[in-house]
Design a protein around this ligand. Structure first.
Ligand code: PMP
Length: 318
C-alpha cells in the first residue's frame, strides 16, 4: 500500500477542528501508556467527473468505531451520523480534491497511572491524509507466508474491536513477514485455522465458491469484507460461505485475496512459495476488484447508498 505520508493541516481535537500542530497529548496519557485507544480507518474517493469526494460507508465505519469504544467502556457523545458530519467539516477544511484516508481515534485521555477502563476520561480525535490514486502495480499479486504469531484471541483482547493495543500483534506479524521477504502474512487462530492477514480479511475461491472465515473466527468484522460478500452475491451471483478455513485449504485454493480499507482488494498469488491457482491474479478476484472500484468511486448508482458526499453541491441537472 503506497500511502503519501503528508501531514494533515487540521485535526478534530477536543471537540473542535484545530490546526494539526495543536492536536497533541501529554506523555502521561492513559492510552499512550496502556494502548487503551480504539481507531478506525476509512477512505474518501475523489470522483473527478462529479468533482465530489465520496466517503465510503462512513456510517458503518463509525458504527464499528463506537462499538470498539464501548468494548473499552468508553462513553462518547457521538453517533455515526455526528461523526460523519465532523468528518465532512474536517475534509472541507482540508479542501482535498484527491483520494484520502481518514483516521478516527478514541482514547483514554486521563493523565494517570493505573490500568483499568472505568473512571478514566475519553476523547476523540480525527485527521485525514491525502492518499493519492491507488494503482495496483501488483498484477503478480502478493506473496505471503504463515506467520509464527497467532492472531489475538477474542478472550484475550476483543478481536472484533479495532483496539490500538492489539495492533502490537499486527505489527509483529507484518514486520516479521516483510523481513522474511514476504509482502504480507497469513495468521492462524489459536486453534490453527485461518484468521486474517496483519490488517485485512481473507477470502479463498474453491470450485467457484467464495469462502471466508466467519465473524466468530477471531477476525475484525471488516467493512470491505461485508461489501465484498454483498457484491459477490449480488453482482457476480457467487455463493459465499462463511466458515473456518484449514491451513492446507489455502494450498489447494483456486484463488485467494485479501481485502480491507488499506489494500482494497489484493490478490494473493503465492503462499509459502507455492502458487495459489495459476500463480497470477484469478478471474474472480479481478471481477470483484472491478465491481468494487466502480462502487467506491460512485460509478455504480445501485450502491450510492454506501457513499456520503463531502462537499455541498447543487444536485446535478438530469
Ligand atoms: N482486519 C484487521 C486486523 C484490520 O486492521 C483491518 C483494517 N481495518 C481489516 C481487517 C479490514 O477491515 P476494513 O475492511 O473495515 O478496513
Amino acid at each position: 500500500m503506497a500511502a503519501a505520508q503528508t501531514k494533515p493541516r487540521f485535526a478534530y481535537f477536543e471537540g473542535q477542528i484545530v490546526p494539526f500542530e495543536k492536536a497533541t497529548v501529554s506523555v502521561m496519557t492513559h492510552a499512550l501508556n496502556y494502548g487503551t485507544a480504539v481507531f478506525g480507518g476509512l477512505r474518501g474517493y475523489w470522483n473527478s467527473e462529479e468533482e465530489q469526494l465520496y466517503l465510503f460507508r462512513p456510517l458503518d465505519h463509525f458504527e464499528r468505531f463506537l462499538q470498539s469504544a464501548s468494548l473499552l467502556r468508553m462513553t462518547l457523545p457521538h453517533t455515526p451520523e455526528t461523526l460523519t458530519e465532523v468528518l465532512r467539516q474536517l475534509i472541507q477544511a482540508e479542501g482535498y480534491q484527491t483520494n484520502c484516508y481518514v483516521r478516527p481515534l478514541a482514547y483514554k485521555s486521563s493523565e494517570m497511572i493505573g490500568v483499568k477502563l472505568h473512571g478514566v476520561d475519553d476523547e476523540i480525535t480525527m485527521f485525514s491524509i491525502p492518499f493519492g490514486s491507488y494503482v495496483d502495480d501488483k498484477e503478480d499479486g502478493m506473496h505471503v507466508g504463515f506467520s509464527a504469531w497467532r492472531r489475538v484471541d477474542d478472550n484475550a483482547i476483543p478481536a472484533r474491536g479495532k483496539i490500538a493495543g492489539s495492533y502490537v500483534n499486527s505489527a509483529l506479524i507484518k514486520s516479521d513477514a516483510l523481513l522474511a521477504g514476504y509482502d504480507e502474512a497469513l495468521v492462524l487462530t489459536q486453534d490453527g485455522h485461518l484468521s486474517e492477514s496483519s490488517a485485512a480479511n481473507l477470502f479463498i475461491v474453491r470450485r467457484g465458491q467464495l469462502i471466508t472465515p466467519a465473524v466468530n473466527g477471531d477476525v475484525l468484522e471488516g467493512i470491505t469484507r461485508r461489501t465484498v460478500i454483498e457484491l459477490a452475491r449480488e453482482e457476480l451471483g457467487l455463493t459465499v460461505v462463511e466458515r473456518a478455513i484449514d491451513r492446507t485449504e489455502v494450498y489447494v485454493a483456486d484463488e485467494m485475496f485479501m481485502c480491507g480499507t488499506g489494500v482494497q482488494i489484493a490478490a494473493v498469488t503465492q503462499v509459502e512459495h507455492r502458487n495459489v491457482g495459476t500463480g497470477k491474479m484469478g478471474e474472480v478476484t479481478r471481477a470483484l476488484s472491478s465491481v468494487f472500484y466502480d462502487v467506491v468511486t460512485g460509478r455504480n448508482p445501485k450502491y450510492r447508498h454506501f457513499l456520503s458526499p463531502v462537499y455541498d453541491k447543487e444536485p446535478a441537472q438530469s
